[in-house]
Design a protein around this ligand. Structure first.
Ligand SMILES: Nc1ncnc2c1ncn2[C@@H]1O[C@H](COP(=O)(O)OP(=O)(O)OP(=O)(O)O)[C@@H](O)[C@H]1O
Ligand SMILES: [Mg+2]
Length: 399
């Protein structure tokens, strides 16, 4: 068995084929914004240093995706300042590598929004801003956050999203303050299925398919009913096409969630996202952060810790989040652990596809899952899943 640790360095609409994708982009753009900007115009308009070689390189790369229209709405700085009472601290809901996130109310549409303000001195920049606008312009799915618009004015760069009232999964799962209600088992499984469907859409439905690259608890946002939506497409990449098996790109993402082969050889595929999903799913089951330096040394890396417990079925219940207070179906726990294990396999080829993961997970959210399901199987690694459920997983077995 070889779970690997790794490492931050740096409307229900489906697309059935390439042509329909292009048409859909055009149609969507038309439907959402009759005055949609040409994409090239959008890129030109956002340069900090027009004509610089860095700007040209980024523009060329992003233009490879296509000359689509950008359907997101353009906001003025003044409109967003009014929506947030001049970016008042009372409206601040969070802060990440991109910059500060504010809750605002847009007067013209009478709508709550989340406004992300690019911090010029932050870890991320124009490239991530562009990638976010472009990717979210191309995809639409109930498990992906909606980009409502953006602001490019003088030095200001802002992204405007639908506001998700329950914040991020991280806020409800990891390092809960005393007295905060933990997520129950069913909600955790529902979040896992929804998030997996988001990845499934990006990998298998969107054309060209997209590698998300930054799957982690803080990037999974939750609506009022705890339905998950993936946010932060700044690091997303188009998946390899034709003969190409992987995208060669420098390692970016968040420490602990990166697939081993991506960290080692900079080889990115959709299977790298499957590994990231495995990590978050294990966090959902255990309530533990993938890397937690506050724990004893041997427990600081969730994947290494789980690796030792996976060797013996009698230890499986030790992996359940103590905050669940044993309120989970035992068989459901075993099955969930088996799915996490297959996603975390060392070899990308032996990890399942996200569509297989979605199929397997769906059994876990049904009511009375214990009676309904005797065994789940994934197309990939089904033998291992079975052996985990039976408790026969051996130390030598590759997971
Ligand atoms: N659309 C949104 N609706 C509601 N809250 C949001 C929204 N987008 C972000 N937030 C809040 O802002 C916080 C910061 O988000 P952000 O994506 O900037 O940083 P992060 O995910 O914590 O870190 P990173 O930069 O590594 O992605 C989130 O954890 C969430 O609580
Ligand atoms: Mg984020």
């Amino acid at each position: 068995m070889s779970f690997l640790s790794c490492c931050k360095f740096e409307s229900n609409h489906s697309f059935k084929d390439n042509n329909s994708f292009k048409e859909s982009v055009a149609d969507t753009s038309k439907a959402f914004n009759k005055n949609g900007n040409r994409f090239s115009f959008f890129i030109k308009s956002m340069s900090h240093k027009t004509g610089s070689s860095r700007h040209r390189r980024i523009s060329e790369e992003v233009m490879k995706v296509g000359n689509a229209k950008v359907s997101a709405r353009v906001f003025s700085y003044q409109e967003l300042a009014a929506a947030t009472n001049n970016f008042n601290d009372d409206c601040l809901v969070g802060e990440g590598g991109f910059g500060k996130v504010y809750k605002g109310r847009v007067q013209s549409s009478d709508q709550d929004v989340a406004i992300k303000q690019l911090d010029k001195n932050g870890r991320q920049g124009n490239r991530e801003f562009l990638s976010e606008v472009l990717m979210l312009n191309l995809v639409q799915h109930q498990s992906l956050v909606k980009l409502i618009g953006y602001c490019i004015e003088d030095e200001h760069r802002m992204l405007v999203y639908e506001f998700l009232i329950n914040g991020s999964l991280e806020d409800h799962l990891l390092d809960l303050p005393p007295g905060k209600e933990p997520l129950d088992w069913n909600t955790r499984m529902k979040i896992a299925v929804g998030a997996a469907k988001g990845l499934e859409y990006l990998h298998h439905v969107a054309k060209p398919s997209i590698i998300y690259r930054d799957f982690k608890a803080s990037n999974i946002l939750l609506d009022a009913d705890f339905n998950p939506k993936l946010s932060d497409f700044g690091l997303a990449k188009l998946a390899p096409s034709g003969e190409q098996e992987f995208v060669s790109t420098r390692v970016m993402g968040t420490y602990g969630y990166c697939a081993p082969e991506y960290q080692r050889n900079c080889q990115l595929t959709t299977k790298s996202d499957v590994y990231g999903f495995g990590v978050v799913f294990l966090e959902l089951i255990t309530g533990r952060r993938v890397i937690d330096v506050k724990r004893p040394t041997e427990e600081q890396n969730l994947i290494y810790w789980a690796e030792s417990l996976f060797k013996d079925k009698s230890h499986f219940t030790k992996m359940a989040d103590p905050l669940l207070q044993e309120n989970y179906p035992k068989k459901g726990l075993y099955q969930a652990l088996a799915i996490a294990a297959t996603c975390l396999q060392e070899e990308p080829d032996t990890r399942p596809f996200m569509s297989d993961v979605v199929s397997a997970l769906q059994f876990l959210v049904k009511p009375k899952a214990e009676e309904q399901v005797d065994r789940i199987s994934l197309k990939c690694s089904s033998r291992y899943v079975d052996s985990v459920i039976e408790g026969n997983a051996s130390e030598n077995q590759v997971i």
